[in-house]
Design a protein around this ligand. Structure first.
Ligand code: F2R
Ligand code: MG
Ligand code: MG
Ligand code: MG
Length: 341
């Protein structure tokens, strides 16, 4: 089997197990002791008779996979339809409190512009939640911005999704044990700088012309660039680094600008040791544990490949077989595209 297929499977299975295992702690307002996390993920789950359920992070990732593999191309209207279908089929997967309104409007109004309901959220600011970033791994090779805009209009939600996709994409191209963290960070900074420059330019334009239609209030104080730059300093501390410092630097909450840097950092700090360390570390940061672990899992799985995901986790989490089937189909699509390019 090709190495890239292993990595595609690793991406989707990695995102899935991070979600399932992390959901046990979602919302804890404190940093979890390492022993407590590993006691759960490596020992306690052995006794579970039922599969550990996945949450909205995976439900939305699966909807993207379904659209991509059925349409055999990126199609934003089909993506939106799959999100809506999936949400109304199983609304109790732990979705964000506001995103259901987007799905309801998409279903009821079927607007010409499918990004309209998302742009109307929060008085026209759009959601800054991490819900666009958490599902983005299957489109890492395609169009992350377009996908984010179906549900998340706030620029910080969109940039978070693009950076998460970028991190997955970069990890697919690396082979363990070769992970030059400084280079990885520098490349991400380059992407983040460009995105933040565009963000500045578009908010200046809006201020010049006044807003027409839906107002936008991008939060200028948030800088992904600043957070990514800080990763180098934190990594240089090695094992002496306190999780408290990591959480103080990036945050661990539901905002994309907290969860995405926390996930990327979990991969850079522990993912080079092993896939499981990156997941356990992401969970130990507390806060939005399912989502941070899912995003760290997508990046780390892309780096290591599916064979490095512990068998215990693959046997206990709900939906692993489907994740592998989706990875196979997306890989086929990827190969067909290479032939026609
Ligand atoms: N929803 C959760 N966890 C809550 C507990 C779930 C529990 N286990 C259960 O089953 O009940 N987790 C999931 O939500 C996150 C992804 O959220 P998403 O898709 O971004 O949703 P939404 O609603 O768009 O945004 C989340 C909240 O953020 C606040 N917010 C966003 N933008 C805002 C803005 N511009 N102004 C003010 N507030 C804003 C709102 O409170 C939103 O509801 C993941 O953690 C996933 O696992
Ligand atoms: Mg969730
Ligand atoms: Mg359908
Ligand atoms: Mg979450």
């Amino acid at each position: 089997m090709s190495r890239m297929l292993h990595k595609f499977r690793g991406t989707l299975v990695g995102a899935l197990v991070g979600d399932c295992l992390g959901s046990h702690y979602e919302g804890v307002p404190y940093i979890l002791p390492w022993r407590e996390v590993t006691d759960y993920t490596l020992t306690k789950i052995k006794d579970k008779k039922e599969p550990i359920p996945y949450t909205d992070d995976t439900a939305m990732t699966r909807a993207i996979c379904k659209s991509l593999t059925e349409q055999k191309k990126y199609d934003n209207r089909s993506m939106a339809q799959e999100f809506v279908e999936e949400f109304f089929r199983e609304p109790h997967r732990g979705y964000g409190a506001a995103v259901g309104t987007v799905f309801k409007r998409l279903q009821d109004e079927n607007p010409e512009d499918i990004t309209l309901p998302a742009r109307c959220q929060f008085d026209g600011q759009g959601s800054y939640g991490n819900g666009a970033a958490m599902r983005i791994s299957p489109v890492a090779l395609l169009n992350a911005r377009k996908n984010a805009l179906i549900t998340h209009a706030h620029i910080n939600g969109v940039i978070g999704a693009i950076l998460q996709a970028e991190a997955v994409f970069k990890a697919l191209l690396l082979e363990p044990p070769n992970l030059d963290t400084d280079k990885f960070i520098d490349q991400l900074i380059e992407v983040a700088e460009k995105l933040e420059k565009d963000k500045e330019a578009s908010s200046e334009k809006k201020e010049d012309s006044g807003h027409s239609g839906i107002p936008s209030h991008p939060n200028k104080t948030v800088s992904y660039v600043k957070k990514i730059k800080e990763m180098k300093e934190l990594l240089s501390k090695g094992d002496a680094l306190e999780p408290k410092t990591v959480v103080e630097t990036f945050g661990n909450g539901i905002r994309a600008e907290e969860a995405v840097p926390a996930a990327i950092f979990s991969f850079l700090h522990k993912g080079k040791v092993s896939f499981d360390e990156s997941i356990n570390y992401a969970i130990s940061l507390g806060g939005d544990t399912d989502t941070i672990a899912s995003m760290a899992g997508a990046i780390s799985g892309a780096y290591w490949g599916v064979n490095e995901v512990p068998e215990l986790w693959k046997s206990k989490c709900e939906g692993v077989e489907e994740a592998i089937e989706f990875a196979n189909k997306i890989y086929e699509l990827h190969e067909q595209r290479k032939e026609t390019d």
